[in-house]
Design a binder for this molecule. Structure first.
Ligand SMILES: C[S@@+](CC[C@H](N)C(=O)[O-])C[C@H]1O[C@@H](n2cnc3c(N)ncnc32)[C@H](O)[C@@H]1O
Length: 299
């Protein structure tokens, strides 16, 4: 190969053309709702490199030809989505939500005679959120017999679901969990040179994991929920997608049930059948109840 051709090839492999970026961005947005403005091109290039290696393609152009060819998307979409999703999470993230659960939402459900609680973590990432919900529910159930509970945990990314199902984390990740809860629900072990924390089997057995795309037109989650967490995922969607997702979530929430969104997210301007009960916590109104006027967004 001539030197000029070698330089061209190496440049091509290092850069995603703007046409290919636009095609990828449109596909990612349609499929997952995740916005891909051109400012994210460098990030996407960086993250796609491992898919180039895994699929045996030398250049971004080759990878895109394969992807947008007949069967490429069918085979590759899951992996592509795995690399573009942002999975940051923590145990007891945004702790005021869990305080609200313990002090307000769970006692309210109990006072209304609910003895079998259905909860859903709808963008569960590697499992820190649903296992935190599970710890709180297990403690509440132990103190309020007979109460049973179940947490459904879903996400679009198959990678994170695999980690979540295993329920094994670096020990330090469990630091935000209060000591008493760690003692009851976490097992510490040595694995090779690392100390790991494993969620106790009794807790894991009450948490079910499944792949679910919040962009789908309906959510096959079974009976409506008493609690839905949809935190730190709406920020990746545009306003119209946020509204549609929140409407579908509300369709799966029981009247009197609670919806939690991330602290940097908002339902402002959306006409939803809920009332605000705390910062980023909402309660579904009884069927047929007049809705509060939607709070208008400032222009
Ligand atoms: C930043 S994490 C938030 C995790 C957790 N809810 C929390 O607050 O700690 C966002 C998660 O949303 C998931 N996600 C992105 N788009 C999604 C979609 N369309 N449907 C379901 N999950 C999605 C990502 O895979 C990722 O695990």
């Amino acid at each position: 190969m001539s030197r000029a051709a070698a330089v061209r090839t190496s440049e091509e492999s290092d850069r995603l053309s703007s046409r290919d970026f636009q095609r990828l961005a449109a596909f990612i947005n349609d499929y997952s709702g995740i916005k891909m403005p051109s400012a994210k091109q460098v990030m996407l290039e960086g993250r796609l490199r491992r898919r180039l290696r895994a699929t045996g393609h030398e250049t971004f152009a080759d990878y895109c030809r394969f992807l947008f060819d007949e069967d490429g998307l069918e085979a590759e979409a899951i992996f592509l989505i795995d690399v573009v999703t942002t999975n940051k999470t923590d145990f007891f993230r945004e702790p005021t939500h869990f305080e609200y659960l313990v002090k307000q939402a769970l006692p309210d459900l109990a006072a209304r005679g609910v003895s079998s609680i259905r909860a859903w973590s709808s963008a569960c990432s590697i499992g820190a959120e649903p296992y935190t919900m599970a710890m709180v529910l297990a403690e509440f159930a132990a103190a309020n017999r007979p109460t049973s509970w179940f947490v459904l945990a879903t996400d679009l990314s198959t990678d994170v679901l695999e980690t979540a199902r295993r329920g094994i984390y670096p020990r330090s990740m469990l630091d935000p969990v209060p000591l008493a809860l760690r003692k009851s629900h976490v097992r510490i072990a040595r694995r090779e040179s690392e100390t790991i924390a494993r969620i106790a089997p009794a807790l894991r057995s009450n948490v079910g994991f499944a792949r679910l795309n919040l962009m789908d037109e309906s959510y096959p989650v079974g009976d409506p929920m008493h609690l839905i967490f949809c935190r730190n995922v709406l920020i990746y969607f545009d306003k119209e997608t946020q509204k549609q997702v929140l409407r579908r979530l509300c369709d799966n929430l029981l009247p009197g049930g609670y919806l939690f969104i991330g602290h940097s997210e908002s339902i402002t301007g959306f006409d939803l059948p809920v009332r605000t009960v705390s910062n980023t916590v909402f309660q579904k109104l009884p069927d047929g109840a007049p809705r509060p006027a939607p709070i208008r967004r400032r222009t």
